[in-house]
Each structure stands twice: as C-alpha cells, then as structure tokens.
Design a protein around this ligand. Structure first.
Ligand code: DX5
Ligand code: ZN
Length: 217
C-alpha cells in the first residue's frame, strides 16, 4: 500500500520559508501540505494565494492544499492557478460535494474530501468514487500542535473497509497530531498519507523525522 508523507507548512518558520521549503525538497517527503483557513470555517486565519504561488515556485514536489474555508467553490480555479496539485475541501463546508469534487478534477487537480472529528466516515459512502483521497482530521482543524484524537484509528479502519469493499483506490490521509510515535499504528489502521506539522518543523532534525514517518514499521 502506498505511503506518503506531507509536511504541513503551517508549522514552518515564515521568516525563513525558503529555507524550510528547501529542507522539504531535500527530504524523503512526498508532498507539501498547505493549510488555508478563512477565520469562519475554523477559528484561525492562515495564508492565501500569494504564499501558495511563492511556495509553488520553489517546491520540487506536489502541493497538497487543504481548504478549511466555507463555500470553497468560489476559489477552486484560483487555487489551480496558484499551483495546487491536490485540492481538498471539507465535507462540512460543501452543499453540493459531488459537483465540487467533479469541478476539482475537471480543473486537472486530484480531489480530496476532509471530515472533521465529529463527522462519521459512513457519510462518504456515496461519494468515495469521486474522491482521490479522504483526509481524516485527527484534531479539530484550525491549529498546529494539538493532541491526536485516538478515535481516529477506528475511523481510518472503517474507511479502509469501505474503500476496499467498493474496490476503489481512494487514498486515506491523516492530519493532526501525527508524529513518529503514532505513524506505525496509523499505517496499520489503513492510512496512506501522513501530514505532520509540529512533529517535523519543531524538531531538531526535521529530515530524520520525515524519514522515520516514512519508514515507520
Ligand atoms: C490543522 C491543519 C494541520 C496542521 C497539523 O488544522 O489542518 O495540517 O498543520 O499540525 P500538527 O501536525 O502540528 O498537528
Ligand atoms: Zn491540514
């Protein structure tokens, strides 16, 4: 099963963003994870198009853009122009999720759907075929450095069963409180992509943390 690691730039040093992007370029990481927050869907505001555009210029790996914004349909095209390769919207923020995911794919990006900790994965059963990935939030979205919610393991296992029983290749991404201690259990539960912010960027040796996330047994 494929295993990818996506460091979340939310925890990077924005005064030294070029340096942190080069670190990820040089590491075993697979994607850059970029968190877009609107201060409405989540109680925080992060960054927008100028930052995404700048990251795209330096990044040698795909941009995995996680939209924590209401009514994301308004901006799908703009994120494509800014350089998103994978675009993930929240189940809770989309009235017509099928249409939104189709539009993301029609724009030439991979489409992701994310669920908050309180949202059952069973609600995705009719839409799984339209999604390239499902992002399980393992903290309440809005901030880096929060504690992993243990119920997420069961959600990943249940989602893995749903994907396998429908014979789909949808990937499972996990975001929030991921570190070298829980990586192995997350892969065992059925996760394919681990997002890590604090665990990577607050570490003394980020390159080796990325390696241990990638190679967790
Ligand atoms: C939280 C964001 C995450 C965040 C993860 O709302 O979606 O991507 O950066 O940070 P850590 O890994 O520190 O929990
Ligand atoms: Zn995220």
């Amino acid at each position: 099963m494929s295993r990818l690691v996506a460091p979340s730039l939310l925890s990077a040093d924005f005064g030294n963003l070029n340096r942190d992007i080069e670190m990820v370029n040089a590491s075993q990481a697979d994607w850059f994870h970029l968190d877009i927050m609107d201060g409405v869907f989540v109680p925080n505001i992060s960054f927008g198009f100028p930052v995404v555009t700048q990251v795209k210029k330096l990044a040698k790996k795909p941009l995995d853009v996680h939209l924590m914004i209401i009514d994301p349909d308004r901006y799908l095209e703009k994120f494509k122009e800014a350089g998103a390769d994978i675009l993930t919207v929240h189940y809770e923020a989309c009235t017509h999720l099928h249409r939104t995911l189709s539009q993301i794919r029609n724009l030439g990006m991979k489409a992701g759907v994310s669920v908050n900790p309180h949202t059952p994965v069973e609600l995705l059963s009719e839409i799984l075929g339209e999604a390239d990935l499902v992002l399980i939030m393992s903290v309440n979205p809005g901030f880096g450095g929060q504690k992993f919610i243990a119920n997420s393991y069961r959600k990943i296992e249940r989602l893995r069963e749903m994907i396998d029983s429908q014979k789909l290749s949808t990937l499972i991404e996990v975001d929030g409180g991921v570190d070298a201690n829980n990586a192995s259990q997350l892969y065992k539960a059925g996760a394919n992509i681990l997002v890590a912010g604090n665990a990577v960027f607050k570490a003394e040796n980020p390159i080796s943390v990325i390696e241990s996330l990638k190679k967790a047994l």
